[in-house]
Write a protein that binds this ligand. Structure first.
Ligand SMILES: Nc1ncnc2c1ncn2[C@@H]1O[C@H](COP(=O)(O)OP(=O)(O)O)[C@@H](O)[C@H]1O
Ligand SMILES: CCCC(=O)OP(=O)(O)O
Length: 355
């Protein structure tokens, strides 16, 4: 069997995750974490391009991996028009749509741009898998309350699907026969209803919706936000950054590392309140997805970096355990899901889609 070499890159709002695969086997994996201070020097997300690419090239150098040996680079990404799930070749159209900012903006947009540039002029296939704009919403989920502002699908689709499939595998079931509520708790937090293999509703992780997270506001009081926008105190860009990048725990506490927040919460009431607020809002959204699934919930699955905290997941179980069994998959399955997606295309088992 031919051996394929795949680099997976996953640029999150608080981390850069890198891994190297030979076929299904992950040979090397690393996570670089980025503090609020480190990221505050960049006015715009897209300016992180050089800084993040340097980290990727250093990873390859340090591990003796030659770029020219790679068959594919699979990146998490990116924000384009809504798409069906699958593996997409990164091309100019995708990068133009991402750069427009019309469909949301996130560090993973920088990731797919870097993958494309690294692969340019070589035989390497640059791809994204199940991008955050993967859209399987039922029609009623698109209504927001005003036709000019439909709800949109922008969430951790890659990890949601991979985690749903993992839960199904671990329980001897097919993903397509289960109803799951999955909460991904990373730099951003998104909650989705999975109905028999389709992600039919999800909180928007980019645009001021759902729970607040380490660096995002989530949903805000809309009237007050409108007043703030027209107050003359902030530019459009500043408001956007307030919602996504400098919101949530970063706004309240100037801290995006939940481990530090937990530590300080032991002795500081305000830290404890803000941490409880993030848990409370996430649990409220999970319960709301119970209504989306009309009470037919096989399990609630909590994943992402924050799911490593036993204290947090235990508190969540107290709040939402009445709905269905709560299962914890700490970290994310994104690196494997990226590698597998690319591998299936290289082997000719999955179609390569494009914009
Ligand atoms: N053991 C842990 N306990 C609590 N929080 C954790 C733990 N490990 C990681 N985290 C938190 O998880 C978040 C990052 O999650 P991750 O899924 O890696 O996100 P991203 O891809 O958005 O950077 C950070 O806020 C980090 O503090
Ligand atoms: C579309 C949401 C993606 C996201 O929030 O990713 P991070 O948690 O890595 O910031």
């Amino acid at each position: 069997m031919k051996q394929y070499k795949i680099l997976t890159i996953n640029l999150g709002s608080t981390s850069t995750k890198l891994a190297y695969y030979e076929n299904e086997e992950c040979k090397i994996k690393t996570t670089l974490e980025h503090s609020v201070q480190e990221l505050s020097v960049f006015n715009d997300l897209m300016e992180q391009d050089g800084y993040r690419r340097e980290a990727i090239e250093k990873f390859l150098r340090d591990n003796g991996i030659s770029i020219s040996d790679l068959d594919a680079i699979a990146s998490r990404g990116g924000h384009t028009k809504p798409l069906e799930g699958g593996v997409y070749q990164i091309n100019e159209t995708m990068l133009e749509q991402q750069a427009s900012g019309l469909y949301g903006r996130h560090a993973c947009d920088v990731g797919s741009k870097i993958a494309y540039k690294m692969a340019a002029g070589t035989k390497i296939l640059p791809v994204v898998v199940d991008p955050p704009v993967t859209d399987e919403f039922i029609e009623v989920a698109r209504l927001s309350g005003h036709p000019e502002l439909p709800r949109q699908s922008r969430f951790h689709a890659l990890n949601h699907r991979a985690t749903g499939k993992r839960y199904a595998r671990d329980n001897g079931k097919k993903y397509e026969e289960l109803n799951l509520i999955i909460a991904h708790m990373g730099g951003g937090i998104t909650v989705a209803a999975h109905r028999r293999g389709k992600m039919i509703d999800a909180t928007n992780g980019i645009d001021g919706d759902g729970p607040f997270s380490t660096n995002r506001t989530g949903g805000l009081p809309v009237g007050a936000l409108v007043d703030l926008c027209f107050s003359g105190r902030y530019s459009h860009k500043e408001i956007k950054k307030m919602l996504n990048g400098e919101g949530g725990l970063t706004a309240y506490l100037k801290e995006n590392d939940v481990r530090t927040v937990e530590e300080k919460a032991a002795t500081d009431d305000y830290f404890a309140l803000c941490l409880e607020g993030m848990i409370y809002q996430t649990c409220k959204e999970i319960a709301a997805m119970g209504a989306v699934l009309e009470g037919n919930v096989d399990a609630i699955v909590i994943t992402g970096g924050i799911a490593n905290s036993q204290k947090i997941t235990a508190r969540m179980k107290e709040r939402i355990g009445f709905i269905a069994p709560v299962v914890i998959y700490p970290g994310e399955n994104e690196m494997d899901a990226l590698a597998l997606g690319a591998l299936e295309v290289l082997r000719g088992n999955e179609p390569l889609k494009s914009l």
